[in-house]
Write a protein that binds this ligand. Structure first.
Ligand code: G3H
Ligand code: 13P
Ligand code: ZN
Length: 332
């Protein structure tokens, strides 16, 4: 029997995005695969009074089991209340690639799904997206679609170079599909290696500065779709202190470069109202765990390394909400 997200205390993204556009901030979309990540996200968002989108990827479903993750999200609603604030929480499928997968998530209580048809041709992307939208909307579930291809790895498909979203296509795409939000490609990409050092310049302090996002394309899209919710994937900043800690304690991350926070802050003030962050959380957890392992080699209680990892994650998410996305203090 199908389960409605509404009975689980979850919300879809419609009101979240309307508020984010009106008040010029972005709602955080954080991926989770396990309990510690979920706890850190909820603690951070309650403490900063921020709405949140809990994202489950195809990989997360395989790793942790879709049913368990849904129950965890249901638990997250109660957990937030226990921590003192009933923040809006959406449970979102990240990078759904088939109608069947989206349907299965909708049927089991997800409040929002992404159908990522960006690797298909325009007409196939429209047909697939519309099929998901028609099903999702009959349950008041919101749908994110994607036009344009990000550089790097998107699930199993590797895009060598990003193909920026074509502004001239967005109106037809949104009108014909009826999607609720649109992920665009303007220079972000997935993972911790978003740019090679050769693509960057050095500032006066010798710090590598990546090429800016294509704000001209974003502005054109905004003009064509006024107040329509835009989504940015691949928006980790790859904090260099985390990379340094990982490498100091035995890691081997090379040329890890992300999107500067100032660029994301600027995007969050536009019609970009959902910003996806996964890799930065992975870096924060890994740095904390490596540090414990290096400093306390006799430790073997998982709580002694997952605990500090959870704390580091929480601090990272709080800083994002407060200083980058502007989503803090939006829940009254
Ligand atoms: O967009 C990709 C997300 O970072 C999820 O990654 O498929 O390895 O869970 P994953
Ligand atoms: P990052 O790899 O930059 O964290 O992007 C995550 C993402 O887009 C999830 O859909
Ligand atoms: Zn993504």
């Amino acid at each position: 029997m199908a389960i409605s997200y509404k009975d689980l205390g979850l919300v879809n993204t419609r009101e979240m995005f309307a508020d984010a556009i009106k008040n010029k901030y972005a709602v955080p979309a954080y991926n989770f695969n396990n309990m510690e990540q979920m706890q850190a996200i909820i603690q951070a968002c309650v403490e900063t009074k921020s709405p949140v989108i809990l994202q489950v990827s195809g990989g997360a479903r395989k790793y942790a089991n879709q049913t368990l993750l849904r129950y965890m999200a249901q638990g997250a609603v109660e957990y937030a209340k226990e921590l003192g604030l009933n923040i809006p929480i959406a449970l979102h499928l990240d990078h759904g690639d088939t109608f069947e997968l989206c349907k299965s998530c909708i049927d089991m209580g997800f409040s929002s799904v992404m159908i990522d048809g960006s690797h298909h041709d325009f007409e196939t992307n429209i047909a697939l997206t519309k099929k998901v939208v028609d099903y999702a909307h009959s349950f008041d579930v919101t749908v994110e679609a994607e036009l344009g291809v990000l550089a790097g790895v998107e699930d199993d498909v590797v895009a060598e170079h990003s193909q920026y979203t074509k502004p001239e296509e967005v109106v037809e795409f949104v009108t014909r599909t009826g999607c609720d939000s649109l992920a665009i490609s303007i220079g972000t990409s997935h993972g911790a290696n978003k740019f090679t050092p050769a693509q960057c310049t050095r500032n006066e302090d010798g710090v590598l500065v990546p090429p800016p996002l294509a704000f001209d394309i974003l502005e054109e899209i905004e003009k064509k779709l006024p107040d329509f919710p835009i989504v940015l994937h691949g928006s980790s900043s790859v904090p260099q202190d985390k990379v340094a800690t990982i490498n100091q304690y035995g890691g081997a991350l090379k040329d890890a470069i992300g999107i500067p926070e100032a660029q994301l802050r600027r995007a969050a003030e536009s019609s970009v109202c959902k910003i996806n962050i996964d890799s930065d959380g992975r870096l924060a957890m890994t740095a904390a765990i490596r540090e414990v392992f290096a400093k306390e080699p006799a430790e073997f209680d998982p709580r002694k390394y997952l605990g500090p990892a959870r704390e580091a994650l929480k601090e990272l998410y709080k800083a994002k909400n407060l200083n980058v996305l502007g989503s803090a203090n939006r829940v009254k």
